[in-house]
Design a protein around this ligand. Sequence first.
Ligand code: DX5
Ligand code: ZN
Length: 215
Amino acid sequence: MSHKIAPSVLSADFGNLQRDIEMINQSEADWFHVDIMDGVFVPNISFGFPVLKALQKHAKKTLDVHLMIVNPDQYISTFAEAGANVLSVHIEACPHLHRSLQAIKQAGMKAGVAVNPHTNVNQLEDLMGDIDLICLMSVNPGFGGQKFIENTYRKIEQLKNMQNKHQVSFEIEIDGGVTIDNYKKLLDTGATVLVAGNTVFSSKNPLETIKLLKQ
Ligand code: DX5
Ligand code: ZN
């Protein structure tokens, strides 16, 4: 199956958000990637429910919501109501990750786990069958437009090996520093979803850039 492209709304023009949402609607992109930051788990604050609800109203594609917040459990049902289709929590923010994943599924969403660059993916081995998506952070979370961390390729390979060993499947999403120069190698290594913020929104022709990333 072909890979998915998920433009990150974090890099959109918030003064023209509806215009940028329509651009993604009309593009070959598959998902909207939505970054929620609380200023505690990461050193930045992005946006919250009012913006997510505006997205829900206008976006015609899957909302892939990435929570960079502490205590995500308390907001799971609210994110479902606000339109999230895929909800990823950080392993580093969840002392009871199995419970968090069950709660996400019970709320009707796909369950994702995001993994910081320093976290070894073997920590997920006992939950392999419970996860719909693993979001490998290929930058330290908090900001768009950062440089890709090369060790991510090794982590993709580790996840592929774990999938084979346990005969399970889940999306392998790469988040941070995805560019026109590295996207092919990421796909060849085994990535199935590519998030792209800066690469899409700072390009002269975002529609063409998304088209290129889909090839
Ligand atoms: C970083 C966010 C990313 C970010 C990616 O904390 O999780 O989703 O928007 O931005 P780029 O593609 O610009 O690195
Ligand atoms: Zn993200």
